[in-house]
Design a protein around this ligand. Sequence first.
Ligand code: IPE
Ligand code: IPE
Ligand code: MG
Ligand code: MG
Ligand code: MG
Length: 367
Amino acid sequence: MAHLYSYGSKSEGILGVASTEKKPAPMQMAAATKLAANNDAASLEHLSQLVAHDMAQVNELILARMQSPVTLIPQLAGHLIASGGKRLRPMLTLATAALCGYRGVRHHRLAAAVEFIHTATLLHDDVVDESNLRRGVDSANALFGNKPSVLVGDFLFSRAFSLMVEDGSLRVLEILSDAAAIIAEGEVQQLMTSNDLATTEAAYLNVIRAKTASLFAAAARIGAVVADRPPQEEEALGQFGLNLGLAFQLVDDALDYAAEQEKLGKNVGDDFREGKMTLPVILAVAHGQTHAEERAFWQRTMEHLDQNSADLARAQAIITAHNGIADTLARADEYAAAARASLLQFPPSPIRQALLNAVRFAVTRGY
Ligand code: IPE
Ligand code: IPE
Ligand code: MG
Ligand code: MG
Ligand code: MG
């Protein structure tokens, strides 16, 4: 798709800030030293590098625990897991544990549980959203069908809970089981606001807080729990994750209209085709309130889902005319600032800096 928005060229993220390649190669020592010195990088590389050793253990656990004698299960789960993903949420658990001075190995199991919950929600999400592209390849539902995708999603959820039970902390179980229920609530709330032009920004924020930010919050919070840190540190990391998750989903919703599809690895326009009331649309609808032709356009396309092949480009043009992408990204920046403020309560360290870089990545990314 042609790049319709002026937020960057092919090698740049949505805000025109250079972003890294999708799957960074392992770094040489010299490059690693240079990167460690780069405190402004809007990148996940610094963080991936610092948690690389732990993440290798997490990946082993993920591969071991997705196995089943029912061959379709590892086949389908393996398809999604092998196609990559940023591993952002398990990185949060590993990094916040490190930030809190944790030295053991409990966080490996918990990070694997967090990624399993995320993977399960993606399997379910692509069925609900009727999406056929994920991580740059055919989605599991497109390849294997809806029924196995839903059921393997359930399997992965269950495996996440087994990992938590093995860890044995009721507090962690409480945090992650609450998050799993809240994600489902968010997805159902979102169904209820789809195709409804009267959806408010507040209702939208409730949806993204539940469906996305709650898992980021839980992932970050359990780092403090395994390290046995006091409640105010647990709370600070929970707030950090929550605000990062809000920023992350706001950017995701901007990217759904403004990304380069190849870099995104998902279809641009899926939210429009489903009539999802995300912030770019909510802002465009609000600003075009008195514009009869625009109003009729949104009613036909979003409320009645009566769409033709030219409609996505028209929606993108209306959104642009009302600054819908820029304003959504500005909102994401506000949450990113709140996330940074929570981190700044912790003493400076390389891992704190890597997390600050990850916040910048979340709001400047193109994928
Ligand atoms: C996708 O999350 C789902 C959203 C909350 C937007 P990610 O963008 O973290 O997906 P992967 O794991 O990197 O593919
Ligand atoms: C996903 O939201 C939220 C979940 C955590 C399931 P989206 O539906 O926007 O995610 P993508 O864009 O398909 O990854
Ligand atoms: Mg989706
Ligand atoms: Mg969805
Ligand atoms: Mg999306």
